[in-house]
Design a protein around this ligand. Structure first.
Ligand code: 2P0
Length: 325
């Protein structure tokens, strides 16, 4: 076992969204999804063997510097230990971006956690198996194991890299409109939609079609085609959420104003489209040539607290921590 390792992973944003499970127990999504991994935002997870006082035998987990008993992390560690021999660990994970507010912190967090444990315990799991473990913890995390454009599809439900991050160098402007933690987790929200939205069956059917269309657009580097399918997938996911009883509304007023602003920019000739996840932040995907204008316009919008200009990033990477302790 290594003394200590550090894994660095980036969040990803889905252009064809995942919202709803086919199998809750095994965390199998009801639809395929397609995402881009971002550079710039990172989850950095350090792991070493736990040296608790009094010979304790449990893990110590810190998230952004504070001790946590996060049930998802606990459940993941219990299920992982049923298959692999893992000693009590000291886990210290830090995000350089807001946690649990629609910026996919669980995706980068679990991709980093699985990869760090694999390396620290010298399990030699390979990327596909790490992606399967990450998916069991949080399905979007399967995709953050890889960089660039990434798919997550059955029957194996390990993510697969589709296009490297430098093969189609898009930019993403992230407009932060709130740093509050979201009121309802994605896991609970998507289960509510499955059970209590009349649109769920239509969502599943449409997403299968969107996935095929998005694959073709990425293959052809067809920006307008990808824009059309990505905005449709985003708006249909939010329509599904709104139609859930009781309705799930993750947007604030600034989110809506940013959509209008991005449409204005597009009508004025900028190459840009929007996508929004389970939170109020707006992500504007654009060509590098349009990035400055999009960033300027979103920064100037009342209610936008901050913007980040990101590029597409690589998959998770792990290194031993020298000078640990
Ligand atoms: C996605 N989201 O495809 C979609 C779009 C949010 C909106 O995947 O229950 O944290 O842990 O598998 O992966 C967020 O859901 O849910 C998500 P679980 P997860 O990126």
């Amino acid at each position: 076992m290594e003394d200590a390792v550090e894994a660095i992973a980036h969040p990803n944003i889905a252009l064809v969204k995942y919202w709803g499970k086919a199998d809750v127990e095994n965390n199998i999504p009801a639809t395929p999804s397609l995402s881009i991994t971002l550079d710039g935002f990172t989850s950095r997870t350090r792991i070493s063997r736990s040296e608790l006082p009094h010979g304790g035998s449990t893990d110590s987990v810190y998230l952004n510097g504070e001790a946590t008993n996060d049930p998802k992390i606990g459940a993941f560690l219990r299920s992982f230990r049923r298959k692999h021999d893992v000693p009590p660990l000291l886990i210290d994970s830090r995000n350089n971006f807001p946690t649990a507010s629609g910026l996919a912190s669980s995706a980068s967090g679990f991709a980093a956690l699985v990869s760090a444990i694999d390396s620290c315990c010298e399990l030699n799991l390979g990327a596909e198996q790490r992606s399967v473990w990450a998916r069991r913890a949080s399905a979007s995390a399967a995709r953050s194991v890889f960089g660039g454009f990434v798919t997550l599809n059955g029957p194996h439900w390990a993510a697969e890299p589709l296009l490297a991050c430098d093969a189609w160098p898009l930019n993403v402007i992230v407009a932060i409109t709130s740093v509050e933690r979201k009121a309802l987790s994605s896991t609970a929200g998507m289960e509510a939609s499955r059970q209590h939205s009349p649109y769920f069956a239509a969502w599943i059917e449409q997403t299968q079609q969107d996935y095929v269309e998005a694959l073709a657009a990425v293959d052809a580097r067809d920006f307008d085609g990808l824009a059309t399918v990505a905005e449709r997938s985003c708006l249909q996911m939010h329509a599904l959420m709104l139609a859930t009883a009781p309705g799930l509304l993750y947007w604030n007023g600034t989110t809506v104003n940013a959509i209008h602003k991005i449409r204005e920019l597009k009508d004025a000739g900028e190459r840009v489209f929007f996508t929004i996840d389970a939170g109020p932040q707006v992500k504007a995907v654009c060509t590098p040539e349009s990035a400055a204008a999009v960033d300027r316009a979103l920064s100037a919008l009342p209610g936008v607290l901050d913007t980040h200009r990101l590029t597409l990033g690589g998959g998770v990477r792990v290194a031993p921590l020298t000078n640990h302790r």
